[in-house]
Design a protein around this ligand. Structure first.
Ligand SMILES: [Zn+2]
Length: 251
């Protein structure tokens, strides 16, 4: 069982990070992948990787909500760290709260897709209120080598099929699938089990029964249990299938 999307290097975990990692290990989580947010988070993220080199792996990318006018200089300073990264992430488009830097977000996303091609790394993509723009860019950059995760997917089955037309890509599924008011479980009935991976997005989007509390990697187990019921398979099978999908994408 792998948590493919966890921000446990942020301040929320400052006081009990070692316990959080220990609880994850005890819950059977085999690995944690860390998506980067901005330039400031790079140091804290790699400090965690240095502390748990066999357990935590880092990504490098600029989160769309952190894209500003100076995005290109920021990315130029971040590029050398790609040597130590397992993916380009998290990147993408988010016009939900604020579309002030819409054109910068579009440019920064395309620039980081080029990173994925240049360094042969998977992409971990964040998208909110930007589906047409995102799919248009993805279509323009279509390339057999491109692969990755549409993180925190929460759309309809029609939307899932539009995203999954990109053969190298899978959907990141986390706590939202366990929410009563979410249609995601219904959508997943139309998504093959080998096109999803598990994630928490810790500290956010905590699954039932801990909804409302801080999320942490150990809780990915609740997502896996929910999915094993949904797909009508054992916990071992959902673990095995999602693990091998992670291997296919991240190597
Ligand atoms: Zn994230």
């Amino acid at each position: 069982m792998i948590d493919t999307h966890s921000h446990i290097y942020v301040e929320d975990f400052e006081k009990d990070l070692d316990e959080v990692v220990l609880r994850a290990q005890q819950a059977g989580i085999e690995k944690i992948l860390l998506p980067n947010i901005n330039e400031e988070s790079v140091g804290r993220m790699f400090a965690l990787v240095d502390r748990y080199p066999a357990y935590c792996s880092a990504m490098i990318g600029l989160h769309p909500e952190d894209v500003r006018k100076d995005w290109k200089q920021v990315l130029e300073r971040m590029e050398p760290y790609l040597d130590r990264a397992v993916a380009v992430g998290e990147v993408g488009l988010d016009f939900y709260w604020d579309a002030t830097y819409k054109s910068e977000q579009l440019d920064a996303f395309e620039y980081q897709i080029e990173w994925a091609k240049k360094y042969n790394l998977p992409l971990v993509i964040h998208m909110r209120k930007a589906e047409p723009e995102l799919l248009a860019i993805m279509d323009r950059h279509r390339d057999d080598r491109l692969r990755g995760v549409f993180h925190c997917f929460g759309g309809s089955k029609e939307s899932a099929s539009r995203f999954l037309k990109h053969e190298g890509f899978v959907l990141g599924i986390g706590g939202v699938v366990t929410f009563k008011n979410s249609h995601l479980a219904e959508t997943l009935r139309h998504v093959p089990m080998d096109r999803i991976v598990l994630e928490t997005d810790a500290p956010y989007l905590t699954p039932v029964p801990f909804r409302g509390k801080r999320n942490e990697p150990a809780y990915v187990r609740h997502v896996a249990e929910f999915l094993s019921n949904l797909y009508g398979v054992s916990l071992e099978e959902i673990t095995e299938v999602t693990n091998s999908t992670v291997k296919r994408i991240f190597g």
